[in-house]
Design a protein around this ligand. Structure first.
Ligand SMILES: [Zn+2]
Length: 412
């Protein structure tokens, strides 16, 4: 329902409000009848009494819905087609073809309620260029935090993205190149991966000294480093090298999964974010069928990491495989709820905590005055039933309605 003041909204008034039955502010469910005041792209007020400050103010009432901060997926690959199993053909692909796929995937993220994505691996810094177009407002899409091509060994994991570098001098030069291309974060492949033949996921691609050279060079420019690390040794070396984040944190060995809780304790001590790539569609095949057992063991490890105080961020690795389409993140939140995290903790891991992991804690991941007006709404109460997150009906991105039946035809 749109109030009578909506006419002014349609004519371009930049202040409006959205009201719902509940509000999750990024940390907790707040009682009351929330009304969120939006001015341009920012949140200008949060009133839990539901009082409308002025009769002229256009108010969209969402009824029995819960407002949440837009979801943040801290690990995606907009360039990856989830159904393309080899992905190596990308090495010869035209940039325009890659970009049009990235735009489509970015739209799928937004449709699912993911208003911020951290792209941890593209080609030719295309995610950064899409980031700038979205930020300029000439195109609509999620906020993008961009890493550029992940740094990897020659013919190492995801080499076809163009980030090959061997030895300390080349690694330092690779970081400098990324700084010059205005990345937000540096991604390094500390170990091999599941999807690129040649280096097994348990194998280290770099020494501790090489990883330390990457973090030193990035930190000198104030940029964080996150390390793809499936193997136990690679995890230990990345933590010792001072990375800011670990992706996957799988504790894979050649034969299985063997956690080392001393590494986790060191990561907790250092405040390292653990990117738990736990969002999957509930059915379908794994990229590598033999991985199913290992992935189940890894999930148990994540539950214990959480109990031991790790900053566990729920994310997807969207695009990596057929069970990881773009916008799959809500399935990860549901899964987190089954690992012993409370619903509040599971939701915080894709809002306020994910914002910290992405370096955006001052303007994303919360519904609070001064924060970006990236909001979503779902029917009912997702704190009681996380599955509600699969039914995102309203998406507001930077103060503009991207999705929502109440606002049909009234997008500014
Ligand atoms: Zn990835």
């Amino acid at each position: 329902m749109v109030s009578s003041g909506a006419q002014q909204y349609i004519q371009g008034q930049r202040t409006w409000a959205v009201r719902a039955a509940r509000l999750f502010d990024g940390h907790a469910l707040r009682a009351g009848r929330p009304l969120v005041l939006i001015e341009d792209s920012r949140i200008a007020g949060v009133d839990m009494t539901g009082a409308v400050p002025s009769a002229d103010l256009p108010v969209v009432d969402l009824g029995d819905a819960t407002l949440l901060p837009g979801l943040i997926d801290s690990h995606v690959h907009l360039a990856f087609d989830p159904d393309d199993r080899s992905k190596q053909a990308m090495a010869d692909e035209d940039d325009q073809a890659t970009l049009s796929r990235m735009r489509a995937h970015a739209g799928q993220q937004l449709e699912a309620g993911v208003t911020t994505v951290r792209d941890l691996g593209d080609r030719h810094f295309l995610a950064a260029s899409l980031r700038d177009r979205y930020a300029a407002g000439t195109e609509t899409g999620p906020e993008i935090v961009a890493a550029g091509p992940p740094i990897t060994r020659t013919r190492g994991h995801c080499w076809f993205l163009g980030g090959e570098a061997d030895g300390i001098a080349a690694l330092e030069a690779a970081v400098e190149e990324r700084i010059a291309r205005d990345v937000d974060v540096v991604k390094v492949m500390a170990t091999g991966g599941v999807t690129t033949p040649g280096w097994g996921p348990h194998q280290s691609q770099y020494s501790r000294d090489e990883l330390a050279a990457v973090t030193r060079a990035a930190h000198a420019h104030g940029k964080p480093v996150t390390a793809h690390a499936h193997g136990r040794q690679g995890m230990a070396d990345a933590v010792a090298a001072g990375v800011d984040g670990l992706e996957h944190a799988s504790f894979f060995t050649e034969d299985g999964v063997e956690p080392d809780w001393k590494i986790v304790a060191a990561a907790v001590e250092a405040g390292i974010f653990i990117g738990a790539t736990e969002a999957w569609l509930p059915t379908g095949a794994m990229v590598a069928p033999h991985m199913a057992e290992r992935v189940a063991q890894r999930a148990e490890n994540f539950a214990r990491m959480h109990r031991e105080g790790a900053r566990l961020v729920c994310c997807s690795d969207a695009g990596a495989g057929p069970r990881k389409p773009h916008g799959v993140l809500p399935y990860g939140v549901i899964h987190f709820g089954s690992l012993g995290l409370t619903s509040t903790e599971a939701l915080a891991s894709v809002t306020s905590l994910a914002a910290q992991a992405c370096g955006l804690a001052e303007r994303k991941g919360r519904i609070a005055v001064g924060y970006d007006a990236d909001l979503i709404a779902v029917p009912g109460n997702p704190l009681q039933e996380l599955e509600r997150l699969l039914d995102v009906r309203t998406v507001i991105r930077a103060g503009r309605t991207f999705k929502g039946p109440e606002m049909k035809g009234e997008r500014r």
